[in-house]
Design a protein around this ligand. Structure first.
Ligand code: SF4
Length: 147
């Protein structure tokens, strides 16, 4: 069993979390790294607090108190227009300060966003392909099913 905290981009604060929870159930996207028969439990769901992400400093503490083994950044941080410019700093801070692993990504990248981002410069500038390679190399049929 792995206990998971999810932090989403505050631009999508009204999101119902449907894609993230579906991906947890299907073990795809950022959750593909866990064996299919491993139970995943959501123990925290919050947002960054709005640019430039003040809640990143505090919210992991509550997730850890509730048993989180790992924190996932929602895929919206990667696929938003523009992507969150602080992803790498957030991950570095949480892993250093709270000593808990951070995975970039929850649900698969919807194929329509993947295709559009490849026509834009932001992913290249941010080296996004390196930062979250598992999301980027996911089967395109799975990405399409999350459009
Ligand atoms: S772009 Fe980054 S800092 Fe700004 S609201 Fe989204 S996750 Fe937070």
């Amino acid at each position: 069993m792995t206990k998971i905290g999810i932090i989403i981009c505050a631009r999508y604060i009204t999101c119902g979390g449907g894609k993230c929870l579906r991906a947890m159930r299907e073990h795809v996207g950022g959750f593909a790294k866990y064996p299919y028969d491993e139970q995943l439990e959501l123990v925290g769901f919050s947002n960054c607090g709005g640019c430039p992400g003040g809640n990143i400093e505090y919210v992991p503490e509550e997730m850890i108190k509730n048993g989180a083994d790992v924190i996932h950044f929602a895929t919206g941080m990667v696929v938003g227009y523009p992507p969150c410019p602080y992803i790498k700093q957030f991950k570095d801070f949480i892993e250093l300060y709270y000593k808990i692993p951070v995975v970039i990504g929850t649900h698969p990248i919807p194929l329509k966003y993947y295709n559009t981002h490849h026509l834009l410069s932001s992913w290249k500038t941010m080296k996004m392909e390196e930062i979250c390679r598992p999301l980027m190399t996911e089967d395109k049929k799975i990405m399409e099913s999350y459009n």
